[in-house]
Design a binder for this molecule. Structure first.
Ligand code: SF4
Length: 219
């Protein structure tokens, strides 16, 4: 059977969606616990393919043992692995965390660079991680597409791009401003209302603009 095409939101719908997101999530911030830029970066790196809840369980002991890039740069790989082993992909993440800290010590005088172009040069830091850090720490007008933002964007007809990169470009082009706030709103909306398996459509404030709700009703 041919796959049903999802229609795209009109300009008026995009503006209405923006307004409702900003009204419902006026001052949203990440649910990751952190006290400084170093802790934020480490937490965001750990959160790839892992829940914020899990990361928040792991990081207190990690930050107690390695409170700054200098300590993490000297860390023993097996000890870092042991501390983050309940996180998905902990082997690679442990290697990347130590390599990131070593590069920060060698090239940035021990200070995490607060610049998107510099952040992505660090081991284990891709564009999405850099954007999330900049959004959270500086309120930069950037979009980052995680699994929640990707799903929500497609269900609302804000993008039909099959890739994360394409979805990010669509959201940037369509919203243009308030991207950091819209990012945080879409993450929380996707995490708690427009869930992957059983979206809570009966308490959704965007039902009018949803392009896919009919398929959920039928289940
Ligand atoms: S109506 Fe349901 S599927 Fe559509 S955006 Fe709202 S929660 Fe998501």
């Amino acid at each position: 059977m041919a796959k049903k095409r999802v229609t795209q939101a009109t300009k008026a719908e995009i503006e209405a969606i923006r307004k409702l997101f900003l009204e419902h999530y006026p001052d949203s911030v990440t649910e990751l616990n952190y006290r400084n830029l170093y802790e934020l970066l480490v937490s965001v790196m750990l959160s790839a393919q892992c829940t914020d809840k899990r990361v928040n369980i792991i990081t207190p002991a990690l930050f107690e043992k390695y409170p700054d890039p200098a300590a993490l740069a000297r860390a023993d790989l097996d000890e870092v692995k042991a501390l983050i082993r309940t996180c998905s992909f902990f082997n690679n993440k442990a290697k990347n965390l130590i390599a990131m800290a070593q590069m920060v010590m060698e090239h940035y005088d021990g200070e995490i660079p607060l610049d998107e172009k510099e952040l992505v040069k660090l081991p284990g830091v891709g564009q999405k991680t850099a954007h999330v850090v900049m959004i959270e720490y500086t309120g930069a007008n950037l979009m980052a597409v995680d699994t929640h933002v990707f799903r929500v964007a497609h269900r609302l007809g804000l993008s039909k791009a099959p890739t994360v990169q394409g979805t990010e470009e669509d959201l940037v082009r369509k919203f243009q401003t308030d991207l950091h706030r819209l990012h945080q709103a879409m993450v929380l909306f996707g995490r708690y209302i427009c869930k992957a398996v059983k979206p809570e459509c009966d308490r959704c404030f965007l039902t009018e603009y949803c392009k896919t709700k009919e398929s959920f009703k039928a289940r």
